[in-house]
Write a protein that binds this ligand. Structure first.
Ligand code: SF4
Length: 322
């Protein structure tokens, strides 16, 4: 297994198991997010790199599939091909490797993001693993975590007949089994279906269908569900369309830059000056605030993006190409 050191953690590239996963710390909300409704009101003009402490917050980002059957136009994972779902054992193996790879034995927060390779709604093992195994496994590995917070991010594939059931089941885990301590993110990226079709290669559900699914979800316990927008300068984000489709009591809007993956660059997405200029985000944030949305703007540091720890990256794809 290859272990790539990054500024804030490590990326594990396991070619034998066709898995890639990573462990990172966080700079702290006051340094990399703006979210007026949470009291973080400073505009983030670039994020300065500094050392992180896993005892404060530890993020494990793991794969749910070996490669991915989707073809999102900003993502390098499909270059690796698709080699099946991760078993519960594969999911546990990634968590174990991450925890055993550090000296830390206690953390305030251990986030598990099902977000490296794969579309999680294709893999029911994500549900059973989270429901039955995750918390016990973290403890067995010797990590005492005050909070364990798993997060599913989905691009809602239209070909997956089980996606809606998966999402509803996940909400039940979040709201009931975990008392709110879990996250759900929908990758929306644009309020224009034609632009979404370009980004997701026509493989994500139509906005109207996502809206119908959202209407069936229970009110969230704990944090609201998230509508995620990975933006470029060309992104269409019309708050009145969101008003029409989604309930502000259930959802917040999160804005991040689209990441500088090889595929995003090849696809011609403008990933230019996203890191240093808050104006890139404020043009999206301000109209949403005017419409009464809770908005989180997340800004990665230049180092985080160059380390390829962000969504859409996959070092294992390069190995395959080479
Ligand atoms: S963004 Fe997620 S769903 Fe889309 S191709 Fe990449 S890994 Fe698959």
């Amino acid at each position: 297994m290859e272990i790539v050191k990054t500024h804030t953690g490590k990326i594990y590239v396991d070619r034998d198991r066709s898995l890639e996963f990573l462990t990172v710390g966080d700079y702290g909300k006051e340094n990399n997010i703006k979210a007026n409704f949470l009291g973080y009101t400073k505009e983030i003009e670039g994020v300065e790199h500094h050392d992180v402490d896993l005892a404060d917050k530890w993020v494990a980002t793991i794969s749910t599939q070996k490669g991915c059957p989707m073809h999102c136009g900003f993502c390098d994972v499909p270059l690796f091909g698709f080699h099946g779902n991760c078993s519960e054992d594969d999911l546990g193996y990634q968590i174990k490797t991450i925890i055993h790879g550090e000296q830390i034995k206690k953390t305030a927060r251990f986030n598990v993001h099902f977000a490296r390779m794969g579309e999680p709604t294709f893999n029911p093992n994500v549900l059973s693993f989270t429901e039955d195994k995750l918390d016990a496994l973290v403890a067995e590995c010797g990590l005492e975590a005050d909070t364990i917070h798993p997060v599913v991010s989905t691009m809602l594939p239209r070909s997956n007949m089980m996606a809606e059931d998966f999402v509803r089941y996940w909400c039940d885990i979040k709201n009931n089994a975990r008392g709110g301590e879990a996250g759900l993110q929908f990758s929306i990226n644009s309020t224009d279906d034609a632009q979404r079709d370009k980004q997701f290669n026509g493989m994500s559900m139509r906005l109207r269908a996502i809206s119908r699914l959202a209407d069936t979800l229970p009110s969230p316990v704990g944090r609201k569900y998230t509508l995620n927008f990975a933006v470029t300068n060309e992104t269409i984000l019309d708050p009145s369309v969101l008003d029409d489709l989604f309930d502000k009591d259930k959802f917040v809007v999160k804005i991040t830059p689209i990441h500088q993956t090889s595929t995003a660059l090849l696809s011609g997405f403008d990933v230019g000056d996203s890191y240093q200029k808050y104006s890139v985000y404020s043009k999206f944030e301000a109209p949403l605030l005017d419409h009464g949305w809770d908005v989180i703007v997340f800004v990665p540091s230049y180092e985080e993006d160059s380390d390829r720890i962000t969504c859409g990256n996959a070092l294992i794809s390069n190995a395959r190409k080479n």
